[in-house]
Design a protein around this ligand. Sequence first.
Ligand code: GLN
Length: 532
Amino acid sequence: MTKYIITTGGVISGLGKGLVSASIAKILQVYGYDVTNVKIDPYVNIDAGTMNPFEHGEVFVLDDGGEVDMDLGTYERFLNQNLSRKHNITTGKAYKTVIDKERKGDYLGKTVQIIPHVTDVIKDRIKEVGKGKDIVVVEIGGTVGDIESMPFLEAVRQLHFEEGSENVLFMHVTLVPTMSVVGEQKTKPTQHSVKRLLESGIQPDILIARSTSPLHKKTKEKIARFCNTHVDDIISDPDADSIYEVPLLMEKEKLGEKVTKKLGLKKGKPLSSWKKLVEKKIKAKGRITVALAGKYTALNDSYVSVLEALKHAAMEIGCKVDVLWLETSDLEKDKKKLKDLDKVHGLIVPGGFGSRGVEGKIAAIDYVRNNDIPFLGLCYGFQLAAVGFAREKCGLNGAHTTESDEKTKHPIICILPEQHQITDMGATMRLGSWPCEIESGTLAYKVYGKELVNERHRHRYELNPDYIEILEKNGLKFSGRAPDRPIMEILELPEHPFFLATQFHPEFLSRLEEPSPPFVGFVEACLRRKIK
Ligand code: GLN
């Protein structure tokens, strides 16, 4: 019988519920259980594909092309598991199912209501993911008390009632602020948030308290008294240096033991292999600085997967990475700023959309190409590397991507013919996992060590096949291609210490336990670079 752990959040958003959910899942996976995660997003969007990363963080992409909440990236990175779009349930998806059914007449004249019809769909979707699994950790996004999350809380209340307390466990992540003057840990926000949860018929079994430092015994006792939760079931979740330490911190508080006991399961092996990986980073030797050129550089959340992939590669190699954010619109205003690149070990130009900052990105790529500074281009980074090369090395003045200049004389990057007709925003992109053939003897082959890889995509434009010949004749090498169509997937410059760009997003498949090969290759090249 599948067991369910439901994670809710209180007081404020951004408490790291995703991290707590991924951590408990990891602990239970190490114990030997078949575990997976589900994220519930109470927004009305069908998926995250149409959402601005500035507002909601990175859009994460799955193998099946699902454009989902960035928490799914955290789950995959912790569990080293490929999830599907079924693992992200939104209000939009739940209502769409109900409305489609209603239009087909499937409700046979009944009044269609939030309870039971919408809540039934939510429960069915959760159970569908749970089929054949030992444990599903279901994270409910948002904060308890939000109007949007009410149908979801009601659905999990029913799930608990139907499946029984031994099969459904509630974990509530809350905030315990410390008043800086007196250093006192305040419990009132937690008390209020648990009250809101109780109004929905949910008594939390375990409370996870985010705080700057571990909870004092007195604080735990006070929370226990007011929240009806045993003092042993209140877990401290203090700030950690690295997200990958969180499962270890939770295990130290015996979270896995408490959860398994409540669910009638056995505790398993300790987290020693995970601990080894995390400690490798702590013992890190060597340090590099990588410039990241982008548009949303003020927000780490917009580039989570790239940053994590960099960390994985660095942890594998045993070095530390500092990131220098380059706001590319500034580079356009002041070309002297390109000199900042002399002081870094490498440049990453990640994915992006639209024309803001594009000339700055091209200038940065040209600069590292001409100065032997390691470069990794991801999606837009691939496209703009080709544009810069065409302009400078092939004499194709005015070359561009039609995304930025529709009337360019040399459309090096253009829209795929099959994407022309589509008007539904959710369907205009090449999404998800696609195969790529790698030519042996190339840098790409050295990096991957194999001839066929599958990587995840999210783009509307492609390298224009009409320009392959002239680009290659002038020294650019397309070392990775789609097996069946003239779609260029990887480019490189054989004469350069490390100049590699991919049309796909290797960062989406990078895991602590299995770092992404292009990132590992790039970090190694950065370590080799001597800065004068
Ligand atoms: N804007 C480009 C495209 O749509 C690149 C997308 C990306 O970087 N994810 O093709």
